[in-house]
Design a protein around this ligand. Structure first.
Ligand SMILES: Cc1cc2nc3c(=O)[nH]c(=O)nc-3n(C[C@H](O)[C@H](O)[C@H](O)COP(=O)(O)OP(=O)(O)OC[C@H]3O[C@@H](n4cnc5c(N)ncnc54)[C@H](O)[C@@H]3O)c2cc1C
Length: 450
């Protein structure tokens, strides 16, 4: 065993957060050891149905740029300019994400992004990665970390300088932290789960617009599809566990084929294959979790999903986790790598933001599966687009602020009530927003003051 007890930092989990975080630490000259439960992703195939796609937006991009990685991954990204909404029996509806040409989000497979991050970390000789090592627990009284080498069935213990837990929603370190006094933790599953389904390329080309995030909103459930560079789409079907169209009811290929035929008529051609994949693929659960605090002195710190797993409906879990890395790094620099001070100052502020985006992610679920079907929703979006175009310095929609800015999430949520009331007033008074007016400008200035 090569790992030394006096390594500067131990990172648990080489997922998206852990791989990126290790580079932020290593570029400061820290020696970093990573323990990852799974085999090296670069050497094995992902199991079928586990290939979700990520929407990468400004916060994630900015974090990747800081370690010089964004340019490197550009060729693997597909820009998505807006939503394409597929209503039953109607033409599909395109809705741009923003008014600026740069207001695009990017599609990339989670597995591929993780591989790229792992590969990029190779250029740091001070990062050492151990795969198929399972973190078991941490004893805070003796400051001992216990890790199992799954290949050889051996247990190792360390006396770490600090442990950064990026081991996801079911974090082993968080389980040990829960045993400490005054550690609060909550997790809420929603009544929905998801399955991954692929729509293949046709002669190497995409069968739907490749520059959109496709949504089939069906009120009680929904299907979404994100493009891949090879011409395929990765779809995610979000279904309730119980009810008319649910995981409980849909079990056989035949039933699923009828369901896909009827509910997604524009995908009829793929219905049989989709039904087969549906039956073969596992159900993923969806949950929000919250921890308080995120650290135990300088001994350990939670980051990414381990600290704040959220629902995927704003496409921000990874983006927020990447932003965690940037902000924690800043705090560490500020405190000259005094881990205890930096951790204690970092998380209370950051938690306000991750609580806010977790709430917005939950709210966005009903927007995606239901509200987008409502004509009133499109009127409101049209007004927002006018305002963003005419008064870019006075108005930015919630979506733009979350996805195309670095404004703290909690501030965005605080302002949202005022912005909603403004659109209500514009609709009530039937104010023309297609061109500038003193009335509009003064209303916008008033909400900026509030
Ligand atoms: C359906 C779905 C769609 C999503 N879409 C988006 C999106 O569009 N945009 C976005 O920003 N986010 C999205 N997310 C959220 C995003 O996937 C997560 O926020 C992100 O993966 C969190 O990364 P992480 O590294 O913190 O955790 P994880 O990705 O869970 O990685 C944790 C790592 O730790 C390892 N590990 C676990 N336990 C141990 C242990 N005991 N010892 C050692 N290693 C361990 C795991 O093997 C894993 O490699 C989506 C999530 C879902 C479920």
């Amino acid at each position: 065993m090569k790992f030394q007890a006096d390594k500067d930092a131990i990172v648990i989990g080489a997922g998206l957060t852990g791989s990126l975080l290790s580079m932020y630490l290593a570029q400061e000259g820290l020696n970093v050891s990573i323990f990852e439960l799974r085999p090296d992703l670069r050497k094995v195939d992902l199991p079928a149905g586990r290939s979700i796609n990520m929407a990468l937006s400004h916060r994630g991009i900015s974090a990747l740029q800081k370690v010089g990685l964004f340019e490197q991954i550009k060729k693997d990204l597909i820009p998505m300019k807006g939503r394409c909404i597929h209503l039953k029996g109607q033409d599909s509806l395109h809705q741009a994400y923003g008014v600026d040409k740069d207001h695009v989000i990017y599609s990339i497979s989670r597995g591929l992004l993780n591989k790229i991050l792992l590969e990029a970390s190779e250029k740091f000789p001070n990062i050492e990665k151990k795969f198929q090592y399972r973190c078991q627990w941490m004893n805070y009284e003796t400051n001992m970390l216990f890790v199992e080498d799954l290949d050889h069935g051996r247990e190792h213990s360390f006396h770490p300088n600090t442990v950064l837990a990026t081991d996801g929603a079911f974090s082993a370190i968080r389980k040990s932290m829960i045993r400490q006094t005054r550690f609060s933790f909550s997790q809420q599953y929603i009544e929905y789960g998801y399955k991954e389904i692929t729509i293949p390329a046709q002669n190497g080309a995409h069968v739907l617009d490749p520059h959109a995030l496709h949504i089939w909103p069906r009120e009680q459930y929904m299907l979404i599809a994100l493009p891949n560079v090879d011409g395929s789409f990765t779809c995610t079907l979000f279904l309730p566990y119980k009810g008319e169209h649910s995981f409980q009811k849909l079990n056989t290929v035949e039933d699923c084929k009828v369901f896909f035929d009827q509910e997604f008529p524009d995908l009829q051609e793929y219905a049989y294959d989709m039904a087969q994949q549906y039956v073969d693929h596992p159900i993923g659960d969806l949950l929000t979790l919250s921890s308080h605090p995120w650290n135990i002195s300088g001994q350990s710190m939670l980051l990414g999903d381990a600290a704040h797993c959220m629902l995927p409906f704003f496409g921000q879990g990874m983006n927020a986790a990447f932003e965690d890395c940037v902000l924690l790094h800043k705090e560490l620099e500020k405190h000259d790598f005094d881990f205890s001070k930096a951790y204690s100052e970092f998380w209370p502020q950051r938690k306000k933001d991750t609580d806010a985006i977790s709430k917005m992610a939950l709210d966005n679920f009903s927007e995606m599966r239901s509200r987008v079907r409502n004509p009133d929703f499109h009127k409101r979006k049209a007004i927002e687009h006018h305002l963003e175009r005419i008064y870019p310095e006075l108005y930015q929609s919630l979506y733009s602020k979350v996805s195309f800015s670095l404004q703290p999430y909690h501030k965005i949520l605080d302002q949202e009530l005022h912005q909603t009331m403004l659109i209500d007033q514009i609709l009530e008074k039937n104010i023309d927003c297609s061109s500038p007016s003193t009335q509009l400008e003064s209303m916008l200035r008033n909400i900026r003051k509030s």
